[in-house]
Design a protein around this ligand. Structure first.
Ligand code: CTP
Ligand code: CA
Length: 226
């Protein structure tokens, strides 16, 4: 009885999640990217679906299977991720941006493979759109959650991002801590709510961390509703 109720705590809720890296094209054989594996975002999508939510997962290139009962949208670039996130944002109740979006993309792309030449190569890059910041601007009733991957002062940088992007909560990740970060199957994070409350989620599998993050979100949503 109680398990059943717990299982469906997100029934009727639309959850939008982004995961993975983005790839920004240089030429047909080269791109600019980062070490994101997509594991944290996929674990969140799986957990949300198990809690009965209607889940849309917008993901960059990863080598993971789609969790059961999740609508998956594959994208490559930050621009494509931006378009799909904006499209699904208005109808969403909970939005979690676990993707590691490239901050820059090459200004010029080539349709033919670049040939090497003597001397230094300089590749000029432009800034990508800060998708999360745009979602923060467009926010009406959505509970908006970001991630911050940091190598130093994670809580301080995380809080700044929470404020500047108009988030409801941020998950801060010290990517240099043991068992944390990009390729790992485990993670160690701190959940920071906009009211300043911190909750450390100690080292555990990304699936367990995903469950705990959703538990926090659900309890914060309940508190907001009262
Ligand atoms: N993010 C985004 N669009 C971008 C860059 C980042 O939506 N172009 C989102 C990420 O998905 C993450 C959050 O912003 O949820 C924080 O990303 P992070 O890289 O830690 O912060 P940045 O704002 O990009 O700042 P910096 O990389 O300089 O620390
Ligand atoms: Ca960044």
């Amino acid at each position: 009885e109680q398990d059943q109720a717990k299982q469906h705590v997100l029934a009727g809720k639309k959850v939008l999640i982004s995961a993975g890296p983005t790839q920004e094209k240089i030429d047909p054989v080269r791109f600019f990217t980062n070490h994101s594996s997509g594991k944290m975002g996929f674990a969140l999508a799986e957990s949300a679906a198990q809690l009965g939510a209607d889940v849309t997962l917008v993901t960059g290139p990863v080598t993971l299977d789609t969790p059961a009962n999740v609508d998956r949208i594959d994208v490559v670039t930050a621009q494509e991720m931006h378009e799909h996130m904006m499209e699904h944002f208005p109808e969403s109740d909970i939005v979690i941006k676990a993707a590691a979006v490239a901050d820059y993309f090459p200004k010029n792309t080539y349709d033919h493979k670049m040939k090497k030449a003597e001397g230094t190569l300089t590749i000029e890059m432009d800034r990508t759109t800060d998708i999360l910041k745009e979602l923060g601007r467009a926010k009406t009733n959505q509970f908006l959650v970001g991630f911050a991957a940091e190598t130093n002062s994670p809580l301080e940088f995380g809080k700044k991002k929470l404020v500047s992007k108009n988030l409801d909560a941020i998950i801060v990740n010290d990517i240099q801590a043991a068992g944390s970060g990009f390729r790992s199957d485990t993670n160690d994070v701190t959940y920071i709510h906009k009211d300043g409350k911190n909750k450390h989620l100690a080292l555990a599998t990304k699936k367990q961390i995903a469950n705990q993050i959703l538990e926090q979100i659900i309890s914060d949503l309940k508190a907001d509703a009262t």
